[in-house]
Design a protein around this ligand. Structure first.
Ligand code: UD1
Length: 339
């Protein structure tokens, strides 16, 4: 299938390009490169063994999207292109709604104009807000607690409504838990600009000596070791889930089911640090700080529906996630900047 991957130069997008190419699909990346690197697309092409064109454009530019869809005769769209820093979204809600919701309106318009009917959308476990129970399943109520989460919820509603409108649009809403790790080659990984917001890139920058210590946001949570528990998912498992999602969309129409993507297992911040120390063979200094606003104690997925609908299950464990993240960090200490 010819697939336009929006946000294809970013962390999740670039790994998905490799999985698509390996599965025999023909991906094309589109990215505005605001928080991503053209080098990631070049490297994904090398790993996937085929040329992958990169269109530099903004996801809000419906005319550019339509041109790219027509020019590359796309049959499906995977839409990763979004802003995702929770704290920034609290300060800049307009920017977040404009980019994430406005972007998704433009994507749907361009797809309609170009007659493309298959969409895989990057949603997030953030739409659940504070869970009433874990593991959390897709029928749990949505109740995001920050502007970033509100934008993902709004996009889900928008896509559901677009699918229900009577056309042939078929979509899947994939709700990611905590994607981490890197391609096992060490060539592709996560390379956030500035101070990382998320745990794993922060840990790996401490391990490589770019930062002196990891702040641990609270050690007084009601969990076995007092630190928060999350469902970490290897980015290559996530990438493979997108390949399965394209297959599941074939023939479908008029619906937009949501699927959790996780492992169904929780790990605490301390467990992640200990596993990363083993992978890197060096200690990772930590300092306990206060709780971060908006955090919840424990969140992990019920992945039964993804297994049923996609025939997909995560295969890689926390050890592989840390080993692969470390390999990328060690071999690219300054990320993609150094080439
Ligand atoms: C966060 C966002 C979520 C978003 C996801 C991907 C919040 C509340 N949630 O998920 O909406 O979809 O990132 O971008 O921001 N931690 C530390 N020290 C650090 C960083 C993190 O102790 O320097 C802890 C956090 O308190 C948390 C765990 O590590 O318990 C994971 O944090 P993070 O990687 O930011 O993911 P989430 O908060 O689960």
């Amino acid at each position: 299938m010819r697939v336009l991957v929006l946000g294809g130069a970013g962390f999740l997008g670039s790994h998905t390009l490799v999985a698509l190419a390996e599965a025999g699909h023909a991906p094309v990346a589109l990215d505005n490169l605001v928080n991503a690197s053209a080098r990631a697309v070049e490297r994904a092409a090398g790993l996937g063994g085929r040329a992958i064109p990169l269109v530099v454009a903004d996801v809000r530019d419906a005319a550019a999207l339509e041109r790219a869809l027509r020019e590359h005769r796309a049959e499906a769209v995977i839409h990763f292109a979004a802003l995702k820093a929770v704290a920034r979204s609290v300060r800049e809600p307009l920017e977040y709604f404009d980019n994430n919701v406005g972007g998704t309106v433009a994507v749907l318009r361009a797809m309609q104009q170009a007659g493309v009917e298959r969409l895989v959308f990057s949603s997030s476990a953030t739409v659940y807000g504070v869970p009433a129970r874990v593991p959390i399943a897709e029928d749990a109520p949505r109740g995001a607690v920050n502007p970033y989460g509100h934008t993902k919820h709004a996009c889900e509603l928008l896509i559901e409504d677009a699918c229900a409108a009577g056309g042939r649009l078929a979509a899947l809403l994939l709700r990611y838990f905590n994607p981490v790790g890197a391609h096992p080659s060490g060539r592709l990984g996560e390379d956030p600009r500035g101070t990382p917001d998320n745990l794993m890139p922060f840990v790996s920058q401490v391990a490589v000596g770019r930062r002196p210590w990891l702040p641990v946001f609270g050690a007084d949570w009601p969990t076995p070791d007092g630190t928060c528990v999350r469902d970490y998912l290897h980015v290559m498992d996530l990438a493979e889930a997108h390949v399965a999602a394209l297959g599941a969309l074939e023939g479908g129409g008029g619906r937009a089911p949501a699927l959790n993507l996780g492992t169904g297992r929780g790990h605490s911040v301390r467990e992640v640090v200990a596993e990363f120390e083993r992978a890197a063979g060096r200690p990772i200094p930590t300092r306990v700080e206060g709780r971060r606003a908006g955090d919840v104690a424990v969140l992990y997925a019920d992945c039964g529906r993804a297994a049923q609908v996609l025939g997909w299950r995560a295969r890689r464990d926390l050890r592989a996630m840390c080993a692969d993240a470390w390999r990328f960090q060690r071999e690219n200490p300054s990320g993609y900047a150094a080439g």
